[in-house]
Write a protein that binds this ligand. Structure first.
Ligand SMILES: Nc1nc2c(c(=O)[nH]1)N[C@H]1C(S)=C(S)[C@@H](COP(=O)(O)O)O[C@H]1N2
Ligand SMILES: [Mo]
Length: 245
């Protein structure tokens, strides 16, 4: 519980530090700064978090393919897509002090981070893309995590047949500095195939954890009783829940 508060505080510190799109900043600088503020905090954090490798603009794949669901065939979604998603909301609910319902405009107004990372799909392909959006830690900081919160569950607008796509992660990954709610790929609004208007980037994990078409984030203390109980659409079908790259 203590540790989570420290992480949340650090998250706020980090997001305060960098607001310019395209600016690269390193977690190390922030950790060094935080260490000066409180050695205790640094000790509780242990080592600095493992960062996924970041790439340069020259490494960006010319085409970032889509995988899994690459379109949503409902009238509501098609109308939203055509008009720039004015009514799309990202809800933050469950074990939080202040449930949120964020418009895209509100999400774009938060401090932004841009990162160039490699996406690895278990089906045997990779692509490098530049993602922009607020850190999930910024959003969770606004909502305020209740001490019982252990997991973030990501709800999506698409499904396979009747089974909705969903994902989840623990708070270490949710508050990780490279975990973003991305609304841009390579400087443009997300294409439909890559999860418009919002998708998760959770860079230390495999492709299927990166939930697209995000509609809600639920903070829970257990994954039991959520869909198949495995913590994700693919996890309910046998994939690993912790899908480290
Ligand atoms: N909502 C949703 N998210 C999803 C999927 C999906 O089908 N629906 N597929 C997953 C898989 S297996 C991969 S590899 C990536 C693909 O992301 P991309 O379409 O941007 O390449 O999205 C992941 N997130
Ligand atoms: Mo995948």
């Amino acid at each position: 519980m203590k540790r989570r508060n420290v992480l949340a505080g650090l998250g706020a510190l980090i997001t305060g530090g960098c607001t310019k799109i395209g600016q690269t900043e390193w977690f190390g600088d922030v950790v060094d700064g935080a260490e000066k503020l409180s050695r205790g905090a640094h000790r509780m954090l242990g080592a600095r978090p493992t960062m996924a490798r970041e790439f340069s603009v020259a490494d960006i794949s010319p085409y970032f393919r889509g995988n899994g669901n690459t379109e949503i065939d409902t009238d509501t979604y098609r109308a939203q897509l055509a008009s720039g998603f004015p009514d799309w909301r990202l809800e933050v609910r469950g074990l939080v002090d202040r449930p949120l319902s964020l418009s895209l405009e509100q999400i774009r107004a938060l401090p932004q981070r841009t990162q160039i990372t490699r996406h690895d799909c278990v089906e045997g392909w990779s692509a490098i893309g530049q993602w922009t959006g607020p850190r999930l830690s910024t959003i969770l900081g606004q909502a305020g995590l209740k001490p019982q919160a252990k997991f973030a569950v990501f709800r999506c607008a698409d499904s396979f047949g009747k089974a909705p796509y969903y994902e989840s992660c623990d708070l270490d990954d949710a508050l990780h500095p490279q975990t973003l709610i991305a609304h841009q790929l390579n400087g443009e609004p997300l294409p439909e195939r890559n999860g418009a208007p919002l998708r998760l980037r959770i860079e230390r994990q495999l492709g299927y954890k990166h939930a697209k078409y995000l509609t809600a984030i639920e903070l829970v203390d257990s994954l039991d009783g959520i869909e198949g109980g495995g913590g994700g659409y693919w996890e309910d079908r046998g994939y690993q829940w912790y899908a480290g790259v």
